[in-house]
Design a protein around this ligand. Structure first.
Ligand code: ADP
Length: 803
């Protein structure tokens, strides 16, 4: 027998990792766990427990406390109590704690890995070599951000008490993604692990204690969705960070609407895995293994849709089937196993049902010839071909080891197919042509794009979705913004200015700004301003107009009373103008400077108009001057809001690009009719978005006069659309419109609630003021990076190198 033949006939022997240390750890705790609240273990107030089960054997591992609203309340109170002292620590002190946690995680790495595999069913090779090392890396990396917070995030403070809810697919890793940045930025947390997988979070609770973390900084509450809901609804929580299904994400969006709670959501996905003809076939096959059979396919960014170019598709299917035949499904603690157990019987059933549905809908299913272990929750790797892009299995997230394969002819077709989903979490692009890869990557609507690679994660790079995959990023500097807020929000609108003026020894500007209020005596202008849609003035669909009152209750003119139909037309026009994003940033800067120039040429006219409305002549001139300056600010920013290259520890460049969000609806503030309009609209435009603007309802004439400036400044039709009328009515249509990608609302608390609630339909991003006023003249409150961040979403493109 030749050596090659011996190799062929060799069988894998079992290579089990011992479960004993983890089982001993459970035994020592009587296999029963309460909540960690304020540094102490507490029994559940309702006395109820449930079993956490090993999915590889279907045998219970431990009894876990079911958290009640009273338990949640106790945990939130403990976090609130711990907050002032934690926030008052300097960054260096917090860095030391995070560093200590990282060290402790490393010290207990094997225990964490084994416990994770027992509880979740994932192969020990993954928990040992991927999950737990990444957890430690996350705490180390964020120890660094705590150290650097003062210099790298000036003017920012922690948000407060954070409620964090995580899923079962990466129990410890998701915990780290949530807790590390929160603590680094000076927040305290209440975290609820998923009911199937609480054990490593409970071990982590012990680590926090051993690392000397002050009591109450981290609180761990266990329980099912009801406990999660109680945390979401608790009035004293300042932010909710959630990872899980889009359905629950939607419930949370609605539940938090209008409460002022900050929110980040990392939801589902149906990520495309695009293979071009010239790709390296062997790498692609291993890529598919990592994309969909990693963690049994229970990965939100799993490459679950293979899109193969026609020239390579047949060879790829043949090679995949061969490879699938060699995959090993079985005992998660066996180091030779590729695919472990599905987390729970209900998930197994869901996968089975969806696969059956795929077959019923006419797709061809293929599974390897071997069978899975009979005991426990196992499912074989599954490949579907002959799949129609609209079929259930091509659209719905299966969250199991099931992949569908479709074909395409041209790169344009690949992009269209890739984007044929409501999700936008991640994508992989496989080609030997760097040109093609970097052409396609920005066109795919996804928060992460991996070139010739897949499922790469690191603490230095942000991760998160576009579209219905949620919003907010975890990891990298971009992830820190989820856990801070501007300091001026604590002090109120005039606080920051007063603080600065005081420093300079001058009276606060707000007081001297007000004019005499009398207003000039000018004849009213007999004109009805129309709407502005697609670069043209348009009559309102309703045929009605509404009067605009000036100072002294004089009617100054009329503006069109826009309705839902006008908003829809404006959204359509905005979509047609999406080419704006594809032009150069230099061009956008030029156009914005040109607007400034044309506004300056009409400065007197605008100042007169503002004075008629507000009755403040001196203030009006100042407002026009400030508006010109603001245009300059965004002309300047347009080509300077750079992305980053993250230092991830792999042989690759991870490019974080700031991309526009798409079509942004903007409801302008009522204060500062021109400056408020410009400050709210131009940052979105500068970053390449097209906007549908509802100007100040009270004083819309500065905006309608601005049509002339837009017309003369080379702004392409449809980039800025303006619909006058009732702000909240129009904002309602914008917030519920599925083709609007974000809504900014500067108005009342009730209007803010409405916008947040309605945005849940397509998970659009929202930025609302909750009735809080800004000082639009103030550079900290009225312009800058906060606006630019809201106008963009970060896409991370991973490009490996090396032969
Ligand atoms: P998955 O499909 O990954 O199980 P879920 O969204 O159902 O995702 O669960 C993710 C997390 O959300 C879990 O910790 C779960 O207990 C929690 N959860 C479920 N329902 C709710 C809810 N209504 N409110 C808050 N949290 C919830």
């Amino acid at each position: 027998m030749s050596i090659a033949e011996i190799f062929e006939t060799m069988e894998y022997g079992p290579a089990p990792e011992s479960a004993s240390p983890a089982l001993r750890w459970l035994e020592e705790r009587g296999r029963t766990f309460g909540h960690l609240i304020g540094g102490e273990w507490r029994d559940p107030s309702g006395g109820e427990y449930f079993d956490s089960t090993n999915p590889a054997t279907n045998k219970p591992l431990a009894r876990i406390a079911q958290g009640t609203p009273a338990d949640v309340d106790a945990a939130v109170r403990a976090a609130r109590e711990a907050l002032p002292a934690w926030q008052a620590l300097d960054g260096h002190a917090r860095a030391r704690y995070l560093y200590a946690i990282a060290r402790h995680v490393q010290r207990h790495a094997r225990l964490f890995a084994v416990l994770e595999s027992l509880d979740n069913g994932k192969p020990i090779r993954e928990s040992r070599d991927i999950d737990i090392p990444l957890v430690a890396r996350h705490f180390y990396h964020h120890a660094g951000w705590a150290q650097l917070m003062d210099t790298e995030l000036p003017g920012q403070v922690g948000v407060g008490v954070i409620g964090q809810i995580i899923p079962w697919n990466f129990p410890m890793l998701m915990l780290a993604w949530k807790i590390a940045p929160a603590l680094a930025m000076g927040n305290t947390v209440v975290l609820k692990p998923a009911e199937f997988t609480s054990l490593t979070a409970l071990l982590f609770a012990e680590v926090c204690r051993d690392a000397g973390l002050p009591p109450g900084v981290v609180n761990i509450i266990t329980g099912d969705g009801r406990t999660g809901a109680a945390l979401v609804e608790h009035p004293d929580v300042d932010k909710i960070a959630f990872t899980g299904s889009t359905d629950v994400g939607r419930i949370i969006r609605v539940a938090t609407a209008g409460t002022g709670k900050k929110l980040s959501l990392e939801l589902g996905g149906k990520s495309p895995f695009i293979v071009f003809d010239d790709a390296d076939l062997e790498s692609v096959v291993e890529g598919v293994v990592d994309a969909i059979w990693f963690n049994q396919g229970q990965v939100c960014c799993a490459g679950s849709r293979i899109l193969a170019q026609e020239g390579i598709a047949d060879r790829l299917v043949a090679r995949l089937r061969e490879r699938m035949e060699t995959l090993r499904v079985g005992d998660p603690l066996d180091k030779g196993v590729d695919i472990g157990a599905i987390v729970a019987p209900v998930q197994l059933q869901k996968i089975t049902e969806l696969v059956n549905q795929g077959r019923d809908e006419g797709a061809t299913m293929w599974q390897p010839s071997w069978s899975c272990p009979a005991e426990g929750c196992f499912y074989p790797p599954t490949l579907f071909t002959d799949v129609s892009p609209s079929s259930t299995i091509a659209q719905v997230e299966i969250f199991g080891p099931v992949v569908v394969l479709m074909t395409f002819r041209t790169p344009a077709e690949a992009v269209a197919l890739a984007n044929n989903t409501a999700f936008g979490l991640a994508a992989s692009v496989w080609t030997e042509s760097i040109n093609l890869a970097l052409d396609v990557a920005p066109k795919v609507l996804a928060g992460t794009v991996w070139v010739n690679s897949t499922n790469l994660f690191d603490a230095a790079s942000g991760f998160g979705g576009y579209r219905e995959s949620g919003f907010g990023r975890e990891g990298g500097k971009e992830g820190l913004w989820e856990y801070v807020k501007p300091r001026w929000e604590l002090e109120g609108k005039n606080g920051a200015a007063a603080r600065r003026e005081e420093k300079r020894g001058k009276p606060a500007r707000a007081e001297k700004a007000r004019g005499n209020g009398a207003g000039p005596v000018l004849p009213p202008i007999d004109r009805t301003a129309k709407l502005y849609i697609g670069g043209k003035q348009a009559r309102p669909d309703s045929g009605y107009s509404m009067p605009v009152m000036g100072a002294g209750e004089r009617v100054l003119g009329d503006v069109g009373l826009g309705n839902r139909k006008d908003v829809r037309n404006a959204v359509e026009a905005a979509h047609k103008a999406r080419g704006w994003a594809k032009g150069t940033a230099h061009n956008r800067a030029q156009v914005i400077y040109y607007m400034a120039e044309n506004l300056a040429a009409r400065a007197d006219e605008f100042a007169r108009r503002i004075a008629q409305m507000t009755g403040d002549e001196a203030g009006a001139e100042r407002e026009v001057e400030a508006s010109i300056r603001r245009l300059y600010t965004y002309g300047a920013w347009a080509d300077k809001y750079d992305g980053q290259v993250h230092a991830t520890p792999l042989r690759n460049v991870t490019i974080a690009m700031n991309e526009p969000i798409g079509v942004v609806g903007v409801a302008c503030p009522d204060t500062a009719p021109l400056l408020g309009f410009i400050s709210a609209v131009i940052p979105a435009v500068a970053m390449g978005n097209a906007v549908v603007v509802v100007p100040s309802e009270r004083w819309p004439l500065a905006a309608t006069d601005f049509y002339q400036v837009l017309d003369t400044s080379d702004v392409p039709g449809g980039v800025v659309n303006i619909v006058t009328g009732k702000r909240d009515e129009l904002a309602e249509t914008l917030a519920s419109h599925d083709d609007v990608d974000a809504v900014w609302y500067f108005g009342s608390a009730e209007g803010s609630t409405m916008v947040e609630r309605l945005s849940a339909g397509n998970m659009k991003r929202t930025w609302v003021s909750y009735g809080r006023e800004r000082d639009w003249y103030d550079a900290e409150q009225g312009e800058g990076r906060e606006f630019l961040r809201q106008a963009t979403q970060v896409k991370n493109i991973w490009v490996p190198y090396g032969e």
